[in-house]
Design a protein around this ligand. Structure first.
Ligand SMILES: [Mg+2]
Length: 235
């Protein structure tokens, strides 16, 4: 068994449930502020996630509700700007928390001196305050969608992390939650372990080495412990 050189984390749905507890809540608050009756419950929002990009998601929703395309686009732009500001406030006020088992895993990796990094296609404007607020100064290289706009399943964001580390994928493990994320990580040559969530439980995660419901799962914990035991670090 090989040891762990480094671990690279996805953010959305892996470190935190930012879709369900963050973006969705912020969209609903923006609707409410604008005096609109629209609200997205957890299930409805899951269906809307097939449209990538918050602005497009809003425009599509408003159009489906019967607004002319131009009006839907304009209203979506206003709502989306407000939603992004609300999302930042949710992050800063601490409403978005780590998923189960994540804090423990990070502490354990830290105790063993395993470097941790982040590869996300989320926007730096909310990713950075989120990582600071929820995890403190734990991550070395953080590459976001602001620097690498190629969305997963493109491996671009993972390759950029490896490039900045000046290393290959050997011994580097990615933690992901979705089919696109697992495809991105494995296309970059990384071993990938996956924890699924409400929105990705039906995703095809079969390219992952291990799939569990969350990072608190005994199989997940055991997998990392085995690798940590095999990791010999210079004193
Ligand atoms: Mg994700």
């Amino acid at each position: 068994m090989t040891g762990l050189e480094a671990v690279i984390f996805d953010v959305d749905g892996t470190l935190v449930d930012s879709e369900r507890d963050g973006h969705r809540v912020a969209f609903n608050a923006a609707f409410e502020e604008a005096g609109l009756p629209d609200r997205w419950d957890v299930t409805t929002y899951g269906g809307l996630l097939s449209t990538a990009g918050g602005g497009k998601r809003l425009a599509r929703w408003l159009e489906r509700a019967g607004r002319p395309a131009d009006e839907a686009r304009e209203l979506a732009a206003v709502l989306h700007e407000r939603k992004t500001a609300i999302m930042r406030v949710l992050v800063e006020e601490g409403h978005i928390r780590a998923r189960p088992g994540i804090h423990r895993l990070i502490d354990e990796l830290d105790n063993h001196g395993v470097p941790m990094h982040v590869a996300t296609t989320g926007t730096r404007a909310w990713v950075e305050p989120l990582l600071d607020r929820v995890f403190g100064d734990r991550f070395g290289v953080v590459v976001t969608g602001t620097e690498v706009p190629d969305l997963k399943p493109s491996p671009a964001v993972y390759l950029e992390v490896l490039h900045r580390l000046g290393t290959g994928p050997e011994g580097v493990v990615a933690v992901e939650d979705s089919a696109n994320g697992v495809r991105a990580a494995t296309a970059a040559g990384l071993v990938c372990v996956a924890t699924y969530n409400t929105y990705t439980r039906d995703d095809d995660l079969s390219a992952a080495t291990l799939v569990t419901p969350d990072a608190a799962d005994p199989a997940f914990t055991a997998w990392f412990r085995d690798r940590l035991r095999a990791t010999v670090r210079p004193a």
